[in-house]
Design a protein around this ligand. Structure first.
Ligand code: ADP
Ligand code: MG
Length: 263
């Protein structure tokens, strides 16, 4: 059985892409076969996995529009995950898809053709709640919401959860909300914890364990085109490894994902 997890938050800079790249690499290290999907026209995931979006002939854009077979577009990466890449063309896909019937199902239909080759498919959603994010949520079994632990982190969460709710009612009744992933977490002060507690209470959203600490290694990694997991050991990479193990146990054993105790 293939597990499909969407990573979504319409806010930019909350570590969606970092979470997809790091969880993907950590799951691959557990010998899990992983496909990661870049749904952001900016192509940051594609770039961070060592492929220059400007040099690619075809991408998820062509797949969504039915112009390429998904199997012909997939790329290998040094992180041992397979990548469905994005290019800036994807910025136009939104408008082109809007005119098509079944536009929310384009990704789901494409992924069905290769899903059996993978244990886990991680979908990096763009920073909007448009057709591309609806495609990600429609294809997925579960969704997690990265939350940057800063004041006003809650802004937009209500709107995102309403969108998830609409997707559950209309295109994907099986979609489950796993919870939030706390990113850029600072354990030295109580501020991060207070923010998380507030958002979690307000929206009844569990926070998955562990939180991902802020570490300078992440910025260095995304700029160099190799994932943070390949670098030296650091607390951010360790946290993603632990989260990957928790998710894998959840999928394998059917147990709930452990949640972070803010008390
Ligand atoms: P999004 O995909 O939500 O827009 P990104 O994953 O691109 O967010 O992350 C935004 C920025 O934050 C990037 O420069 C990334 O390197 C940095 N970043 C992500 N996670 C961490 C972390 N744990 N510590 C420090 N910087 C981080
Ligand atoms: Mg991103």
């Amino acid at each position: 059985m293939t597990r499909m997890l969407a990573i979504a938050n319409q806010k930019g800079g909350v570590a969606k892409t970092t979470t997809v790249a790091s969880l993907g690499a950590a799951l691959a290290d557990l010998d899990v076969s992983v496909l990661v999907v870049d749904l952001d026209p900016q192509g940051c995931l594609t770039f961070s996995l060592g492929h220059d979006p400007d040099q690619l002939e075809s991408s998820v854009h062509d797949v969504l529009l039915g112009e390429e077979e998904i199997a012909d577009v997939l790329l290998d990466t040094d992180d041992n995950v397979t990548l469905l890449p994005a290019t800036i063309d994807l910025a136009g896909a939104e408008a082109l898809l809007l005119m098509r019937p079944g536009r929310e199902y384009a990704l789901k239909r494409a992924l069905a053709e290769v899903a059996e080759d993978y244990d886990v498919i991680l979908i990096d959603c763009p920073p909007s709640l448009g057709v591309l994010t609806l495609n990600g949520l429609t294809a997925a079994d579960e969704v997690v919401v990265p939350l940057q632990c800063e004041t006003l982190a809650h802004r937009g969460v209500g709107q995102l959860l309403r969108t998830v709710n609409e997707v559950q009612q209309i295109t994907n009744p099986g979609l489950a909300t796993l919870g939030a992933v706390a990113t850029l977490y600072d354990a030295r002060t109580t501020h991060s914890r207070d923010v998380l507690g507030d958002v979690s209470d307000r929206y009844d959203l569990p926070v998955l364990d562990p939180p991902i600490p802020r570490t300078v290694r992440f910025a260095e990694a995304s700029a160099s085109g190799t994932s943070v997991m390949r670098g030296r050991k650091n607390k951010g990479a360790n946290a993603y490894r632990e989260l990957a193990e928790n998710l894998w146990k959840h999928w394998e054993a059917g147990t709930p994902v452990p949640t972070f105790d803010m008390a």
